[in-house]
Write a protein that binds this ligand. Structure first.
Ligand code: S3P
Length: 171
């Protein structure tokens, strides 16, 4: 099993929750890319977007991803946009094993509508705007997400089963 595992997928797909559990199951360190960016920038993601803008955030995100992916072993939850800029999906696939956590727009909406405020790309959106944003962005990003080595259905993930498949290379 490759010991660098990258979880990719849309906001709200459960990358961090699943990532922590998978890391524990595989006895690997867990990395949350968004948290690492915040530590490095000494600033919240919300404030990076607000004061420095999205382009700067994407550059910081990509730099942080490249830096951290030199570590030998980890399970990393990436931000929803991380693989989609600067051809980062290629870098991810070169460095380790990528897993796409796939979720339908309605389930993403249900999860995000209660947690909008911590996410600058959706915080001011009304329900109908949020749904349109999810559908459009997901359609746009799916071609990237689908370049992951493996895909999991975000509604029915069994951590032990996934860990087993990774260890035995029996996906
Ligand atoms: C973003 C997703 C967020 C965070 C930032 C932008 C995106 O991460 O990186 O708010 O563009 O999809 P999560 O996917 O962990 O919410």
């Amino acid at each position: 099993m490759g010991k660098r595992i990258f979880l990719i997928g849309f906001m709200g797909s459960g990358k961090s929750t699943f990532g922590k559990k998978l890391a524990k199951e595989l006895s690997l360190p867990f990395i949350d890319l968004d948290k690492e960016i915040e530590i490095k920038a000494k600033c919240s993601i919300t404030d990076i977007f607000k004061y420095l803008g999205e382009d700067t955030f994407r550059k910081m995100e990509s730099d942080c991803l490249h830096e951290l992916s030199n570590r030998d072993e980890f399970v990393m939850a990436t931000g929803g946009g991380a693989p989609c800029y600067f051809n980062n999906i290629e870098h991810i696939n070169k460095k380790g094993t990528s897993i796409y956590i796939e979720l339908d727009p309605q389930s993403i909406f249900n999860r995000l509508s209660n947690a909008k405020n911590i996410r600058p790309t959706i915080k001011d959106k009304k329900d109908d705007e949020l749904m349109s944003f999810i559908k459009e962005k997901l359609a746009e990003r799916e071609t990237v997400y689908k370049q992951a080595r493996y895909t999991l259905n975000g509604l029915s993930i069994n951590v032990k089963e996934v860990a087993d498949k990774l260890v035995t290379s029996n996906w």
